[in-house]
Design a protein around this ligand. Structure first.
Ligand SMILES: [Zn+2]
Length: 410
């Protein structure tokens, strides 16, 4: 109740707490469970829910199963409630989704791109503008995940694509108050993991995201460590495997040179780099045991080094990391084990594939948007912008639901 001194402030604070709880549990808990979780009086909870429903922020549905007696209500997203637009910009394509409170995600578009800043961000900016027009006041923010370090303000470097200090908000045509929240894909995937995946409730965890190469970040108390200028999540650019290849980032011997789609392609003698060759890499992943084992061994070796340094409770893997662990878990562990300090070997951390799969970056972008929205100020602004019923156009502002979880890109 920090800062809540008047009854109005207390109410605003409790509105945020209730919406936050509904969002974090994925709109699965009943009103009475939430009332208990938040230590609210029953009457207070009723008044809060009614007010939030009136504002178009919540909608209650009867629970699917309930004990005898009065049917139980489950607060969830309002059918015309707030939406976060979330984008995962990968090296070869971008995926755009609308996300409701509670985390239900609807993919609005998946588009390959040519890898140039203008070729990626021009059409993406057009798509975002079109969806904002269509969805109107429902869009409360845009979150964009990118496969490279992101400095505060949205300046992005993607070494594989030759991007240097690309001003992402400017090229998207979204600046000022409409500006997007731009973040690194691994950091966003790690945030999603902390909120909805294997790092929930974990004090110190390590998350690794494998796509064309790999990114990694330490997650402390649910927060990926961002670094002083926002460009953390770059464990992939540490010389952890003893290689001596020049990495596109400018450093020599980066771990990411040996893990991911580019390394798989290189292993079998195929062309790689520039965000090309995803289909071929997936073919290699499915058919070449040797290439997969080499990738997994490199992954394990780096994991051991990071575990020695950071002592995490859990190591989670997303993207191709899930398949590497499933297909060559033994090779990964055999390579990781000898690299661990003796004091780490008795209680090594759990290593697990993410249940969020490829959706982590997208979901993390969504979480960042809702983190900014779920504040007394954010909800007050929503109230001011919320149109009268007569002016609302529900048909046009609807999104078609298709709950997607863990599906592969492209
Ligand atoms: Zn590098």
């Amino acid at each position: 109740m920090i800062g809540a001194t008047t009854s109005g402030e207390l109410r605003a604070h409790n509105r945020v707490r209730l919406l936050r709880a509904v969002h974090d549990c994925g709109a699965t808990r009943t009103r009475s469970q939430l009332t208990r979780d938040l230590n609210l009086a029953r009457g207070t909870a009723s008044v809060l829910v009614a007010g939030l429903a009136e504002d178009g922020l919540l909608h209650e549905e009867p629970a699917r199963e309930h004990a005898r007696g009065r049917p139980t209500q489950v607060p969830g997203p309002h059918p015309r409630g707030p939406l976060a637009l979330a984008v995962d910009v990968r090296e070869d394509a971008w995926e755009l989704a609308a996300c409701e409170l509670g985390g239900r995600t609807t993919v609005l578009g998946l588009q390959p791109h040519d890898g140039t800043p203008e070729g990626v961000l021009g059409p993406l900016g057009d798509a975002l503008a079109a969806h904002r027009r269509r969805l109107g006041h429902r869009v409360v923010g845009v979150g964009v995940a990118l496969a490279g370090p992101v400095r505060h303000g949205g300046l992005v470097d993607i070494a594989h694509l030759g991007w240097r200090s690309v001003d992402v908000p400017q090229l998207l045509g979204l600046e000022g108050a409409e500006g997007p929240i731009v973040g690194n894909d691994t950091a966003f995937a790690a945030l999603a993991e902390a909120r909805r995946g294997g790092l929930q409730g974990v004090r110190v965890g390590l998350h690794l995201h494998v796509d064309f190469d790999l990114g990694g970040v330490l997650v402390v108390e649910g927060r990926p460590l961002a670094g002083a200028s926002g460009t953390g999540a770059e464990f992939g650019h540490m010389p952890l495997t003893g290689g001596d290849r020049l990495c596109p980032c400018g450093a020599i011997g980066c771990w990411g040179m040996d893990v991911g789609a580019n390394a798989l392609l290189r292993h079998v003698g195929l062309a790689y780099g520039g965000g090309r060759g995803r289909a071929q890499a997936e073919q290699v992943l499915a058919t070449s045991e040797e290439a997969v084992a080499a990738n997994a061994r490199a992954l394990g070796r780096g994991v051991a080094a990071l575990v020695n340094a950071h002592d995490p409770e859990v190591v989670t893997l997303s993207g191709h990391g899930v398949e590497l662990y499933e297909r060559a878990g033994q090779a990964l562990m055999d390579s990781c084990g000898p690299g661990l300090m003796a004091i780490r070997r008795d209680h090594p951390p759990r290593i697990e594939g993410s249940a969020l799969g490829w959706r982590g970056a997208l979901l993390g972008a969504m979480e960042s948007v809702f983190d900014a929205f779920l504040t007394p100020e954010g909800l007050e602004k929503w109230r001011e912008n919320h149109p009268d019923q007569g002016r609302d156009t529900p048909e046009r502002q609807n999104v078609t639901h298709s709950t997607l979880k863990g599906a592969k890109p492209l």
